[in-house]
Ligand binder design. Structure first.
Ligand code: NDP
Length: 315
């Protein structure tokens, strides 16, 4: 049978390119988990994904009710779940004030981390029941959360501190809206959320790989300077960023190529190692990359896991 893969945020950018790359192989049915149903349908059509290879299901990661509703709807579809790709993200670099999810958590961490944390935890049960030979749970990471790289050292740097803002509820009322308890900074909140994504992947690996055989992985697909992720940025930035990445840093990767990379992490029989953060070199071959000190801190991963469980209502 075909594999069934859920891709969150498949309505644009990397998620859409990945959905297309997987659907084209004829080996995958892609469940596009998106907050804007019509946009996702149009996007699928615009890149030529055939009807028999996908369906769109509504998911708004900025609402735990929506996440739970999505899981119920998916279960009702009767499909087994073989691979989950947590890809969706928001990036609000120019925001002066924080925005919040339905449950009142700062929006970048609430969407990118907490929404995906709840989704992964619930769907892990479904994945356990699938008989697919190579089950995988992938969380898209980023270099920007990695302070051991050049790009990860562009200020403001990611830093979760002692997680006091997160354990206080990340609501900007009786706690800070930033994980480390500091002043709101949209760019930093995004980077922090990506560190959470990478820590979560490793904690999933430690807790569930042996028992379930599921491969847990993260990746940095390269700098996809053309995606919607930068839509909130100032116009001059959006104009200069793609050529800057193409010619100066040479980290630029097209949406299509990035989609091929993520599709590789979903299905390549060589990429079955669990607990790995994949990157690609100049010749576009994959390698196991090192994570920064903070993004590989096992004690912090455990603490993040425990606080997140409470916030999403699982503990
Ligand atoms: P896009 O903005 O193009 O795509 C983000 C996707 O997330 C969209 O489909 C968007 O939906 C969706 N989304 C946002 N909020 C929600 C929500 N509340 N519920 C459900 N879906 C939501 O950005 P990219 O394709 O660039 O980003 C994809 C991933 O790649 C992210 O995890 C990002 O961190 C990562 N990444 C990107 C890099 C880059 O250079 N672009 C580099 C490294 C990592 P909608 O279409 O409705 O807005």
């Amino acid at each position: 049978r075909k594999g069934n893969v859920i891709v969150t945020g498949a309505s644009s950018g990397l998620g859409l390119a990945t959905a297309k790359a997987l659907a084209e192989t004829g080996k995958w049915h892609v469940i596009m988990a998106c907050r804007n149903f019509l946009k996702a349908e149009k996007a699928a059509k615009s890149v030529g994904i055939l009807k028999e290879n996908y369906n769109v299901m509504h998911l708004d990661l900025a609402s735990f009710d929506s996440v739970r509703q999505f899981v119920d709807n998916f279960r009702r579809s009767g499909r087994p779940l073989d691979v989950l790709v947590c890809n969706a993200a928001v990036y609000l670099p120019t925001a002066k004030e924080p925005s919040f999810t339905a449950e009142g958590f700062e929006l970048s961490v609430g969407t990118n981390h907490l929404g995906h944390f709840l989704l992964s935890r619930l769907l892990l049960e479904d994945m356990k029941q699938s008989d697919y030979p190579s089950k995988r749970l992938i969380i898209v990471g980023s270099i920007t959360g990695n302070t051991n790289t050049l790009a990860g050292n562009v200020p403001p740097k990611a830093n979760l501190g002692d997680l006091r803002g997160l354990s206080g509820g990340l609501n900007g009322l009786n706690s800070s809206s930033m994980i480390d308890g500091g002043e709101f900074d949209g760019a930093k909140a995004y980077k922090d959320s990506k560190v959470c994504n990478m820590l979560t992947m490793q904690e999933l690996h430690r807790r569930f790989h042996e028992e379930t055989g599921i491969t847990f992985a993260s990746l940095y697909p390269g700098c996809i300077a053309t995606t919607g992720l930068f839509r909130e940025h100032i116009p001059l930035f959006r104009l200069l960023f793609p050529p800057f990445q193409k010619y100066i840093t040479k980290g630029y990767v097209s949406e299509e190529e990035a989609g091929q990379r993520l599709a590789q992490v979903v299905s390549d029989p060589h990429l079955t190692k669990s607990g790995v953060y994949w990157s690609w070199n100049k010749n576009s071959s994959s390698f196991e990359n090192q994570l920064s000190k903070e993004a590989s801190d096992a004690e912090k991963a455990r603490k993040l896991w425990e606080i997140s469980e409470k916030l999403v209502g699982l503990a």
